[in-house]
Design a protein around this ligand. Sequence first.
Ligand code: G6P
Length: 612
Amino acid sequence: MCGIVGYVGNRNATPIIIEGIKRLEYRGYDSAGIAIINKEHELKIFKEAGKIIDLERSLPAPNETSGNIGIAHTRWATHGEPTTTNAHPHTNCCNTIALIHNGIIENYKILRKKLEAEDHIFVSETDTEVLTHLIGHFYREENNLLLAVQEALKLVEGAYGIAIICSDFPDQIIAARKGSPLILGIGKNEFFVASDVSAIIIHTKRVIYLQDNEIVTVNKNNFEITTINNKIVTAKVSEIDWDVSSIEKGEYKHFMLKEIFEQPKSVGNAFRGRLIPELSTTRLGGLGLTEEELRQVERLHIIACGTSWHAALIGKNIIEGLARIPVEVEYASEYRYRNPIIPDNTVVFVISQSGETADTLAALREAKSKGARVFGITNVVGSTIARESDGGVYIHAGTEIGVASTKALTSQVTVLSLLAVLLGRMRNLSSTYGTTFIEELIKIPEKIQRILDNNEEIKKIAGTIKDSTNALYLGRGVNYPIALEGALKLKEISYIHAEGYPAAEMKHGPIALIDKNMPVIVIALKDVIYDKIVSNLEEVKARKGRIITIATEGDETIKDISENVIYIPQTINVLQPLLSVIPLQLLAYHVADLRNLDVDQPRNLAKSVTVE
Ligand code: G6P
């Protein structure tokens, strides 16, 4: 989704803000632009459809783009095609104000009509341009830019993170947020605004997370935060506790590959300090719930989108199995609009890697408005979902840059399994099981590493299916959501159509698709339903489907019905997804890479979907 960066200080703004938006490329975008105010106090705008590199190539000589203040934007098209005209920044009629925006202005049509009636001339199809003209309108009336921004934002429905510069105030940025993330970075005699910490972390680790309806006015020496109603706000400065190496690829070809390979560590980080072996249970202090309150939980709702939703499905299976508490899993986009029934003693969990997904945030607010206690399972510290939840659990996976989520899923599942044991041990789960769980969980990082060591073999198998046009993924029980996730990974980055199914469901439809060209990727691990799934495999083989099996180490017989087998180590059933997903991530990665596709920035996708 769109990215925002702004700089004011003593240095030349242009290279800083361009570098900043490059750090946000991973979020997904289709055009980019910058605005600077030069030494002659002129506002200059440069924008281009396509990649940031295209924008850089189109820039005039450095002396024409230099200035100590600037804003930059990457746009992911919502209203209007990804053209240069629709790219941000947008300006008011007299080209004195430049504005960049993340989010959607929902009432833009009405506002645009009114402004057009007052002789404002629009050049783009965007919702954003309305904001620029609206601020321009109030600025003309009030002659006070901050007041004009406040008045304009009061009329706006929807979500925004914005940054504005104006040639009448050549050393000042105004930025505001409602619904879309925005931070102020504090340097020495310089400040930054950004939609994401990664854009500015090479310059400063001291940040303020703006809250909804807050506006910051900043020059190179100081800043002031007010609300939309002009009340002064005292904000807390936070220190970022990770460094720039976590947002660099290092020795890896792509971020996605790096993140897949980080999983032994990231899974370990998700359970470190959260196991209590002497009591055969776990602790999740961030929930802030007493034992009494945890015992009273009668039902869970887990809400999420995308890969996080797959983690939720796995969580349902594990929590219902171990804690015997009914769990409903729902897409956030559905939950928010369907007036969900939330009985007493139901707790709601929202899962979001970014902590900013618009639908998940809206679902959280919907559940809270109905009186439910809502907990977040998030990765990004200080994200909106983390802040708005009643409590939560950070997964501590480290920054995830690849659009196709990998390490976030395994960390989310780890946390959900800790939750299952925590709730289970307060109910009927035996201490023997609790102990086995802890012993097995501790071994998972090393087992993931063993699968990763098989990367070259998995790459070879990827070569055998790279030219396919379709693929089917099958799994059962706790591995059924992994089949969904495997299919999602493949389609996201390789653009091969893929579907995931519960293996036995195949004969109710998808079996019609199976022929000698159809790769069927099956998770068939040695557990209670192993024999059933082998029967499903036979059905595929009888129709000449090309079977790739994810099997348990030592299972030699599975080779007879498979074209290729990828072995994974044995573990207890509830932890299997942490292993079975790894080869599917690698398989999707290599297929996309062998097809020479842009693995980290697949077409049309965004890392963090901050619009509905
Ligand atoms: C986007 C990303 C997915 C991600 C989903 C949910 O679609 O491309 O990788 O799973 O959003 O994101 P969240 O940050 O809420 O987990």
